[in-house]
Design a protein around this ligand. Structure first.
Ligand SMILES: CC(C)(COP(=O)(O)OP(=O)(O)OC[C@H]1O[C@@H](n2cnc3c(N)ncnc32)[C@H](O)[C@@H]1OP(=O)(O)O)[C@@H](O)C(=O)NCCC(=O)NCCS
Length: 356
């Protein structure tokens, strides 16, 4: 028997417990396909995640329900960053459970995300697919998207880490970069330096974007504060290691790690950056080695560190590969004009009439 479906918008920041429960089951099924080694996410954690999304992240979401058992079988999301730049972008994320694919469900969700993006004057969709679910690539190609950037999540297995190297890099930095000092922030950034720290974080705009039609992200100090506040409210820890020039007091580089007490064995290394004029002094190596040293000392449960890198980011990959990070999963970032997606949906409109 063909189940019947119903599509409803969901206010993800203020949903009902039943909606959160269904979304949690759905997300864990999708995660099992994408990251089969990862432990499932608990309902509590899922709710905390959704209820603590920063206010500058505008999430528009729809759930496809199987009305026979009230389970969620598909989810479509388009995110608009309410930032000064990149107001032309909608971050698209459409997922359908394996047993329900190839029935036009993603296309129906695309119709809704497209309408919403056009109403919000967003002209470009950016979306990610990964090698574990090749159907994602087929779908993006079908709606006319182009590959914008090839990336990998790279993973370091702590058991394979060369501790000698970690010590050597720190010792070498103390000779070669003696004009610099290392420091650490646990969670919030110091208010007296927050303007300068926001400037420092803009170094991430120098990481490659390849063919992606995106502008620099320039987060304001309030957005920086909110990012930390919501991270903590989600039950995470944020560790930031920084390097400062002694002579001028200038912050010149940083690396950050997100820790999740619900799965202490897997850590995520997010941004790492050194200002262009301070490169080639070994500061990037110093930051990464010092952070690893701290993790080894203070988080003995840690087994893996993951980090996302553009495949074209040679300087970062050199450091990561020397430390023992290995490709874990490959991802492609796609882009397609919203108008092009609308044309695709319109051309297929007649075949989606079966879904209410
Ligand atoms: C991509 C995904 C959402 C597609 O869901 P779906 O409900 O099976 O897609 P639909 O049935 O609506 O198909 C839409 C179009 O894509 C095509 N398509 C989808 N999967 C395909 C596949 N595996 N091979 C070839 N074409 C495929 C369909 O044929 C259809 O084209 P048509 O209009 O000419 O018939 C689903 O495979 C998934 O959840 N993948 C993981 C998440 C992901 O990568 N999302 C894409 C980035 S947002």
């Amino acid at each position: 028997m063909n189940p019947s479906f119903e599509i409803r918008a969901i206010d993800i920041k203020h949903a009902t417990t039943e909606e959160y429960r269904a979304a949690n089951v759905f997300n864990n099924r999708m995660q099992a396909e994408r990251l089969p080694d990862d432990p499932p996410i608990s309902l509590d954690e899922q709710i905390r995640e959704y209820q603590n999304i920063p206010s500058f992240v505008d999430v528009n979401a729809w759930v496809v329900w199987n009305t026979t058992d009230s389970s969620a079988v598909g989810v479509g999301v388009v995110v608009f960053m309410l930032t000064e730049t990149n107001q032309h972008i909608g971050e698209l994320d459409i997922q359908v459970l394996p047993d329900y694919r190839r029935q036009g469900i993603a296309r129906r969700l695309l119709a809704l995300t497209t309408e919403t993006a056009q109403r919000a004057n967003r002209r470009l969709f950016i979306a990610n697919t990964n090698e574990r679910i090749p159907a994602g690539e087929a779908f993006m190609r079908r709606l006319g998207a182009k590959r914008g950037m090839e990336t990998h999540t790279n993973q370091l297995a702590i058991a394979e880490l060369n501790h000698e190297l970690v010590h050597e890099w720190q010792a070498r930095a103390q000779e070669r970069a003696s004009g610099f000092e290392l420091g650490f922030w646990d969670g919030a950034y110091p208010e007296e330096n927050i303007e300068e720290i926001a400037q420092l974080f803009r170094v991430m705009n120098t990481a490659p974007h390849d063919d992606l039609d995106i502008e620099d992200f320039n987060f304001t100090v309030e957005q920086m504060r909110e990012r930390v506040r919501t991270t903590v409210a989600r039950g995470r820890e944020l560790w930031t290691m920084y390097v400062r020039e002694k002579k001028t007091g200038k912050f010149v580089g940083f690396t950050e790690i997100f820790l999740n007490p619900s799965r202490p064995e897997i850590l995520n290394q997010a941004g790492t950056g050194v200002l262009p004029e301070y490169r080639n002094y070994g500061l990037g190596r110093w930051l990464k080695a010092a952070m690893l040293d701290k993790i080894l000392r203070e988080r003995p449960q840690a087994k893996f560190i993951r980090t996302g890198n553009a495949d074209s980011n040679a300087p970062m990959l050199k450091i990561n590969h020397e430390l023992g990070f290995k490709p874990y999963i490959s991802q492609t970032v796609w882009q397609v004009e919203v108008e092009r997606a609308r044309e695709y949906v319109a051309s297929r409109q007649s075949s989606v009439a079966s879904i209410q």
